[in-house]
Design a protein. Structure first.
Length: 222
């Protein structure tokens, strides 16, 4: 399938995002389209942003001074949002900008799975609970697996929550910022611990809901 064909296909099966219709996003997408940057490169950049977020969370746990801990948490929150920005722009440049590439579907999905692992495992190591971090990461990846399984069987992609990608990043970002207050107040890591539990449990519920919906679609076809 040609790049344009892939872009047309993605246009009909995209995550509904209100930010896609904002003036700032459209302006930024047009500027990115005018450059030599490709959608695949933007998708790949999202992995870098996630890696920097994960490292920031990890180093936070080992930082000695309160000031450094605060800086690392701010950076973690910033990189989580930059990861989302990359996720927004790659699709807009591919579809609205008409720069979709033949291997676009791979780069549209694969970096997101890597990004979830890097961020939530990073939080887990940062708070000395790697098992919880990896559990949250695995369940986050599983939500996407069920969605893609639905599409592979001829059903529409299920982007439902309660813990879809944008919700997971909102939890991670909010937890990072709230943890700055916690760092100065008590020096604990309860906020990030709770955030991982929220992501893990919310992702599990999301997997169950999407699985139930998919089974219903398949039974209806049978």
């Amino acid at each position: 399938m040609t790049g344009k064909g892939q872009a047309d296909k993605r246009a009909g099966d995209r995550r509904p995002l209100a930010s896609r219709n904002t003036r700032w996003a459209q302006t930024l997408a047009r500027r990115m389209t005018a450059l030599s940057v490709t959608p695949n490169q933007i998708s790949q950049a999202s992995m870098l942003m996630a890696a920097l977020a994960g490292v920031s969370f990890w180093l936070f746990g080992a930082a000695g001074s309160l000031g450094m801990r605060a800086v690392l948490l701010i950076l973690a929150a910033l990189f989580c949002q930059l990861r989302l920005l990359c996720n927004l722009l790659d699709g807009m440049v591919a579809v609205e900008g008409g720069k979709g590439e033949a291997d676009g579907p791979f780069w549209n999905e694969f970096p997101d799975r890597v990004a979830d692992i890097l961020i939530f495992a990073g939080i887990g190591y940062g708070i000395a609970m790697p098992g919880l971090g990896w559990a949250a990461a695995a369940l986050a990846v599983l939500t996407a697996y069920v969605r893609e399984l639905g599409r592979a069987t001829g059903n529409p992609s299920d982007f439902g929550g309660p813990m879809a990608k944008q919700h997971r990043m909102a939890v991670a970002t909010g937890a990072a910022l709230l943890s700055i207050i916690e760092a100065f107040w008590s020096g604990g890591v309860w906020v990030l611990t709770l955030a991982l539990w929220i992501v893990a449990i919310g992702s599990a519920v999301t997997v169950l809901r999407r699985s139930r919906n998919l089974i219903g679609h398949l039974q209806a076809k049978g």
